[in-house]
Design a protein around this ligand. Structure first.
Ligand SMILES: [Zn+2]
Length: 472
């Protein structure tokens, strides 16, 4: 066995699965050709096999981040947008800066974001990129796939864009020429032909993802776009119901609610995923649940922009496919998955508790079981992989891709835990990442990415931020 790795002596393994299967009784795990081939206790080392000693460590599946904007990794904490809600923030930050993203800057931002995610234990990233315009001098999609491949993560491009200029961007300062419908579809077709993989354990995938379909494309284009995606065999993604503005706009423009509008236009189903879904009526939630539509739940970004709290636990119960995205990084300065799952776990409990009322009218204390650690881990791993179409990825079981994070809980914040398995979620912080594996390949070792010059990346980030501050 030459490519084989044996991970031994783990304190606990969370599998990413639901219910009784959420925890493995194994302490050892054997990987060959990128796949988990054996799990158990006291596995014997084979000749030539590399041994990774995971004593006192906990192992999780690699996180699957289902919604992000990597270009914004150079736009964190912009003062002009730090206290703004979604619509004015869009005008003050992403719309203002996006034109300045030439290829080199996009690559640098993507590298920063991917590195940050990897060091939180993330192995699959879906990036919703939307800086596309007629006559672009470089292939932004190919550049993003290239940066992800260089760092060794699985990557999905939610290929965004617009065919209309929305009201918010219709002034000189942030005007952005939209694509034509044919131009957008043919570019996505070209990208999908090159990068979209089906089958087991795909490395790269592509989705049709107009930025926000209620405002980025015309009403009569929606069905055409859905039909083009389905004929290419690629999924669909968009921002939806992120703030109350979505409801106001759809009522005014279409005379219905946002999810009703999507349903009328063939934009729901298991091949559709929607980022945010913060403001929904009960009827809309039932539509999403019955159709098995996906949700990229982004609790930190929703909190940062004062969007509200999305009803992820209820959507999960109704049958929608819930996953976790960090969104940002201009609307979530902690764009890492550990921070996101910790916040998610706390926020839904606070939300449920805030709704409690004293007896006899209410039910007294309640809400601490509104989400469990295992449920949040499932959403952020297997749930995301399934929603994005990464078959054979997202859980730790024999036959699955060896995408996993080995956390060493050697910092004081993890001392005293009675259940070490839940430490990375409940205690938060960033435990030392002893190893991160993608397809059985070590991409992080002892908290460092082999071959990456972190000091140089930091210096490049600082220099580029100074340029951005000067130019705007
Ligand atoms: Zn977003």
């Amino acid at each position: 066995m030459t490519n084989s790795i044996l991970i031994k002596n783990a304190h606990s393994i969370l599998t990413g699965r639901r219910g009784d299967d959420a925890r493995s009784s194994a302490s050892d795990l054997r990987i060959d050709q990128g796949v988990i081939i054996e799990m158990g206790r006291d596995l014997e080392a084979q000749p030539g096999e590399r041994i990774l000693d995971a004593r006192d460590c906990v192992i999780y599946p690699g996180w699957v981040n289902t919604h992000h904007h990597l270009f914004q990794s150079l736009l964190k904490g912009v003062p002009a947008g730090i206290n703004l809600t979604l619509s004015p923030w869009l005008q003050a930050v992403p719309f203002i800066y996006r034109r300045s993203f030439h290829e080199e800057r996009l690559r640098l931002a993507a590298r920063i974001g991917i590195v940050e995610l990897m060091l939180s234990g993330c192995t699959t990233i879906a990036d919703h990129h939307y800086i596309y315009y007629p006559g672009m001098s470089y292939d932004a999609s190919a550049a993003l796939f290239d940066e992800a491949a260089a760092l060794g993560v699985r990557f999905m491009l939610h290929r965004g864009g617009a065919t209309v200029t929305r009201k918010l961007e219709a002034n000189d300062r942030n005007y952005f020429e939209p694509e034509t419908l044919d131009g957008m579809i043919s570019e996505i077709e070209r990208t999908a032909a090159r990068f979209h993989q089906n089958g087991v354990r795909p490395r790269t995938r592509v989705a049709m993802a107009p930025t926000t379909v209620t405002v980025s494309v015309q009403r009569n284009e929606l069905k055409l776009i859905a039909s083009a995606a389905r004929s290419m065999g690629i999924p669909m993604h968009t921002h939806m119901s992120e703030s109350v503005t979505f409801m106001e706009h759809c009522r005014e423009a279409f005379g219905c609610l946002p999810i009703e509008y999507l349903a009328e236009n063939e934009w729901i189903g298991p091949d559709v995923s929607l980022a945010h879904l913060t403001h929904l009526t009960d009827a809309e939630m039932r539509i999403l649940g019955a159709s098995g539509t996906g949700m990229a739940h982004c609790p930190q970004s929703n909190a940062r922009l004062a969007d509200g709290i999305a009803s992820a636990p209820a959507l999960d119960r109704l049958g929608a496919a819930v996953s976790i995205g960090v969104d940002g990084a201009a609307s979530n300065e902690a764009a890492d998955m550990l921070s996101e799952v910790h916040f998610c776990w706390l926020m839904h409990r606070a939300h449920a508790g805030a709704a409690t009322r004293p007896r006899p009218e209410g039910a007294g204390e309640a809400g601490a079981d509104s989400v469990t650690v295992e449920q949040v881990v499932h959403w952020a791993t297997a749930g995301g992989a399934r929603m994005l179409g990464f078959d054979g990825v997202g859980t730790l079981a024999v036959g699955q891709a060896a995408d996993l994070a080995v956390y060493d809980l050697d910092a004081p914040r993890y001392f005293g835990l009675h259940d070490m398995a839940i430490g990375p979620v409940v205690s938060a912080g960033r435990p030392r990442l002893k190893w991160l594996l993608v397809d059985g390949r070590i991409v992080v070792e002892d908290d460092a990415i082999p071959g990456l010059d972190m000091a140089q990346l930091r210096a490049q980030a600082r220099a580029d931020v100074l340029c951005l501050m000067k130019d705007t």
